[in-house]
Design a protein around this ligand. Structure first.
Ligand code: BDR
Ligand code: CA
Length: 311
């Protein structure tokens, strides 16, 4: 399976990258970066750190440093730390650096070189994907599939505009363009994330493993879980981007999914960035997404075990 991973790394993005890089039947063609959880320079740095720790060479590229129209600056430190990777202590100097070239042109050129073969996994705001679409409207025809972490089916969001999920809210115009252009997106929403947490005993098992991969996993989670606990949130291990990567790598883990037409609200004063789902096919528009609702979490846990295992 050939993948391009578009990421705003991000703690859970870093884990999703590790999951894909450790999967023997996944070939990560390149990683493209986008502003989101943290500024672009930190996203790029975090991808470099993941490649260092995984000890693999995959080209990665700088992408959009701002959303298309929306301003960018979010209070994400609470979840992702001030460096986007959980305030990692003792980070050695990076050994991996971004390649020359732009994320958006890489998405276009690599999909043109292998039509129908590449799955694009977008686990950040959809800015790069939207820019690629504007330069090349045939992109959807050439990708094997677009997989997106974003939105929510039932207006259960995780942003200040509470019905909106972060990745869509961060760049609603980009998301609108993507949902208009693609006809068969595999979508992992925030509701799916809430419904499919990683069981706590599995988390404890993973964080007690030896070696640098488990150390990066443990250290990047530590601050986030502490802050969430201090703020009185339920101590659940939510895994939006790793859940998305898991169903990409192993579609057989999808226990239940629903096909819907989904659009993005661009103007609502209380709902900008919310995904709007036609649950009953009322407007008779053809579904453009397959929304994952239930996942076989034991299989997801095995993919976590694979990437934290010492080598
Ligand atoms: C999404 O937003 C980010 O915080 C995560 O990395 C994930 O991609 C969840 O809403
Ligand atoms: Ca992300």
């Amino acid at each position: 399976m050939k993948l391009i991973i578009d990421t705003d790394a991000g703690v859970d993005d870093a884990h999703a990258l590790m999951m894909a890089l450790a999967c023997p039947d996944a070939q990560v063609e390149c990683i493209t970066t986008v502003v989101g959880n943290i500024d672009l320079e930190n996203v790029v740095r975090n991808v470099g750190t993941v490649l260092d720790v995984m000890d693999v060479d995959v080209p990665f590229y700088r992408g959009a440093h701002l959303p298309l129209v929306a301003p960018w600056r979010f209070e994400t430190e609470f979840v992702h730390g001030s460096d986007g990777l959980g305030d990692l202590r003792q980070r050695p100097p990076a050994r991996h650096f971004p390649a020359d070239g732009h994320a958006v042109t890489q998405i276009i050129e690599r999909s043109a070189a292998a039509p129908g073969e590449i799955t694009l996994v977008a686990i950040g705001p959809l800015t790069n994907v939207a820019l690629a679409l504007r330069l090349d409207p045939d992109l959807p025809k050439r990708l094997k599939r677009l997989v997106v972490m974003g939105g929510s089916l039932h207006a259960v969001g995780n942003t200040d505009i509470f019905p909106a999920e972060f990745n869509i809210y961060c760049d609603p115009e980009a998301a609108h363009m993507v949902f208009e252009a693609f006809t068969d997106i595999l979508l992992v929403t925030w509701d799916a994330t809430l419904a499919n947490p990683l069981p706590t005993p599995v988390f404890e098992e993973l964080t007690s493993q030896p070696g640098p991969r488990a150390a990066l996993y443990r250290d990047s989670c530590e601050g986030m879980l502490k802050r969430l606990e201090e703020a009185g949130y339920e101590a659940e291990v939510l895994i939006p981007d790793t859940l998305t990567m898991a169903v990409t790598l192993r579609p057989g883990l999808i226990v239940a999914s629903e096909r819907h037409h989904v659009a993005v609200e661009l103007r609502g004063s209380m709902s900008r960035g919310q995904t709007i789902t036609d649950h009953r096919s009322w407007v008779r528009q053809t579904p453009n997404v397959e929304c994952v609702t239930e996942v076989e979490i034991g299989g997801v846990a095995d993919l976590f075990r694979q990437f934290v295992a010492p080598v």
